[in-house]
Design a protein around this ligand. Sequence first.
Ligand SMILES: NC(=O)c1ccc[n+]([C@@H]2O[C@H](COP(=O)([O-])OP(=O)(O)OC[C@H]3O[C@@H](n4cnc5c(N)ncnc54)[C@H](O)[C@@H]3O)[C@@H](O)[C@H]2O)c1
Length: 379
Amino acid sequence: MKSHVTAALVGCGGIARSQHLPNLARSKSIRLKTVCDVNAAAAEAAQRDYAVPQMATDMADVLADPEIELVVVATKEDFQVPLTCRALEAGRHVYVEKPLAATPAECARVIAAQARHDKLVHVGFNRRFAPACRDAARIINRHGGATNIFARISDAYWDWGRGQPPGVRVIHEVCHVFDLLRWLTGADAESIYCACARPDDEIYTLKFKSGCVATIMNSGRVTWDLPKERLEIVTREPGAVLIEEFVELRAYGWLDEPPVTTYAGHTQPGGEFTHKHLFEKLGAPALEAFRRMRWEMRLRAEAGKTEAGDPELDKFMRESFPHVNYLVDKGWRAALEHTADCMLGRATFDGAGPADALAASQLAEAAIRSRESGEVVRL
Ligand SMILES: NC(=O)c1ccc[n+]([C@@H]2O[C@H](COP(=O)([O-])OP(=O)(O)OC[C@H]3O[C@@H](n4cnc5c(N)ncnc54)[C@H](O)[C@@H]3O)[C@@H](O)[C@H]2O)c1
């Protein structure tokens, strides 16, 4: 039986360097043969740093190689649909980053292309594969399903986000939460309402066809020391589950569920051990301490001081720990491995496909319409 698939990575920017390259490089099920980026320097750096056999600046060269079976697309939503469709037309399976596209109509193009070519399209809603979310889903399903959810996704909005038109965070970031809530409730949303305090600082209330209601707090205007994501879920049988930034799950109301479960951090080759160990042992307090430390160092760096005042320590800090948003395990690595397992016949596809990307995109579009009209939008 085949033991691995051969892949190419298209787009060697932020998410590729922080997740896909390190995760592909140590995968036993995926052999990364080619890296491709229109920016030759980015492709060369990825090839050099991860000892990848080939590099390209044109997707055509990737698709001309008959050995490539899987194309991982991590460009930006303006190119992800055309690149995914090209890969499908060339008979390749695809793992493509979220948001698949900026509009529902674009997402629908991938649904049509997949129907024509019958290949796997896994959209990078990786939180479905986060160990904490897997455990939460199991607990919720065992206790009658979710009836009431609160989700926070908050961030010191990154430089790229600030360069975008105000209010697009719902497309780029909240799409993760839309998908996660659909997955956790097993249902589509029937309505959404948006109340906006200022651009990229708003709430959405949703009602799902399962009867579950949800509130999402979305803010791009907090600081790095606040953990980015939190979920609180009430179940039909009396009880609740709370997830703090993927490192700690607390279960309330059941004697047969552990009250606290902690999860190791996301690991990076060569720089992984301290935070992984501490998150596993201590959960949320360890994450809070790491975030606080990185935030204070960043403030000092912005004030013109070196991060720790010591070049050796600075270098250690920069090279040893991922960005705060990549310290925890949000399922990136497991999502890629699942793609390979499906291609190798070891698993049945359980991730998000283009129809899920379409549903998330429709929710983002409806949220924007509600923000503009002040009305509840029915889907
Ligand atoms: N799943 C997650 O948690 C997560 C986290 C961060 C980003 N993302 C998503 O990943 C995608 C990429 O984000 P990023 O931050 O890495 O962006 P980025 O701008 O840092 O990198 C994109 C790279 O793609 C290259 N590129 C653009 N068009 C190309 C083309 N036609 N062919 C080949 N290369 C091309 C660019 O030169 C750049 O190097 C976005 O859709 C983003 O939303 C997902």
